[in-house]
Design a protein around this ligand. Structure first.
Ligand code: FAD
Length: 371
């Protein structure tokens, strides 16, 4: 039986790894030409009960602990006028409840744990029919079970459901301060070792320290339309002018926050935030299933990667438990996955609603310090 996994993201690789440790071969088809072809983005916090559980099933938890950043759990929460609402500094002996990890390091850990040639780079999936996968370069490959792990804009998803991601009314611009300790030590001290959130009415700024010394800055614009990047008058093709326009858009905020924007390099990325309907399901098919963002794209508030990893691990375990009955394994996996991820989707939508509300700072404070 041939298992084909489309997408070498965290979910697809977790599945391939758990299958491998259980003695089952799978082939991962990835559209990128190589592992380093595209930047993998910033930090992820992996939760002990979900993302870390997946890595335990994958036999990689010790290696994960070696690359995890405990101090990345630090949090500072502020308001646009500079008021500090909350500061949480992680003690050195704190349990690794949700340590941060660089996404590229985590992906490399998974990639290095697979046999050579398990991932076929440069294979962009186009469509599947009669047990054949077809790729953009005209090649094809057979499969008995096809797993769509191809992310938010999954092409495999169309085999199971007509659902498509919808825009949430949030648009994010991602910026970056490289080597902040050396280039801007004052701003480095201000941000600290982990997450720095400034939540305003209709806009927010979050800064996150990465393991390689850079700080990624995410500027969120709430209640904005799908075409907002085109209408925002941010000249994305001219980074210096884009930074100046973004500073304008944060007029009235404490100058320390706009100083963060001014300190950025020429990285200016557009990230429209889209989601699938919470609680999406589909009638089970014996030969196709989905995991990760392809199955349950959520707002980026800390659950997506954790769910993708656990989907991959649990699907791998279900297939290992039913080696002669993949359709039964798929059904078992989907039953648990639908329930677990719809709960996570509802929680994520709730946090997203708080972040987009006019009194986001105070509500987030109450969220972290209930009662
Ligand atoms: C700004 C931002 C911050 C986030 N922060 C967090 C966080 O802190 N914690 C958290 O848990 N989650 C976070 N998330 C969500 C998280 O990134 C995703 O939920 C997670 O990466 C999903 O993993 P995946 O394996 O399903 O998909 P992906 O990681 O997107 O991987 C999909 C893979 O499929 C490949 N692919 C796509 N199409 C094809 C094709 N046609 N053929 C072949 N290959 C294809 C892609 O190249 C990619 O390698 C964040 C998301 C964003 C946008």
């Amino acid at each position: 039986m041939t298992i084909a996994i489309v997408g070498a993201g965290l979910g697809g690789l977790a599945l391939a790894r758990v299958l491998h440790v259980n003695g089952i071969d799978a082939v991962v088809y990835e559209r990128e030409p190589s592992r380093g072809a595209r930047g993998q983005g910033g930090m992820l916090d992996l939760h002990s009960g979900t993302g870390q559980r997946a890595l335990r099933e994958a036999g990689l938890i010790d290696q994960f602990h070696a690359i995890a950043r405990r101090e990345g759990q630090d949090l500072r929460l502020l308001e646009p006028d500079g008021t500090l609402l909350l500061q949480e500094d992680t003690p050195d002996d704190a349990p690794l409840e949700r340590p941060e990890v660089d996404r590229a390091d985590l992906r490399n850990l998974l990639l290095d744990s697979l046999p050579e040639h398990a991932v076929r780079w440069g294979h962009a999936f186009e469509h599947a029919d009669h047990g054949l996968l077809h790729f953009a370069d005209g090649s094809s490959a057979t499969y008995d079970l096809l797993v769509g792990a191809d992310g938010a804009n999954s092409r495999v998803r169309a085999l199971l459901t007509d659902a498509r991601p919808a825009h949430t009314g949030q648009n994010v611009v991602e910026l970056c301060i490289p080597d902040i300790d050396r280039t801007h030590p004052d701003l480095a001290t201000m941000i600290g070792r982990g997450n720095y959130w400034v939540l305003g009415d209709g806009q927010s700024l979050s800064a996150q320290r990465n393991g390689d010394g850079r700080v990624r800055i995410y500027l969120s614009f709430h209640h904005t339309a799908e075409d907002w990047f085109a209408t925002s008058r941010i000249p994305f093709d001219d980074p210096a002018a884009a930074r100046a326009r973004l500073i304008d858009l944060f007029t009235g905020w404490d100058p320390r926050f706009t100083a963060l924007i001014a300190a950025c390099d020429d990285t200016v990325l557009q990230r429209p935030i889209t989601t699938l309907p919470v609680g999406l399901t589909w009638p089970s098919r014996p030969d196709v299933t989905l995991l990760g963002d392809a199955a349950h794209l959520m707002p980026p508030v800390g659950q997506g990667a954790n769910m993708a990893l656990l989907d991959g691990a649990l699907l791998g375990l279900a297939l290992a438990a039913h080696p002669d009955d993949f359709p039964a394994a798929v059904k078992e996996y989907e039953r648990e996955m639908f329930e677990r991820t719809s709960t996570a989707g509802r929680q994520s939508a709730h946090v997203q609603e708080i972040l987009m509300s006019p009194d986001a700072g105070q509500r987030m404070l109450a969220f972290f310090q209930p009662g």
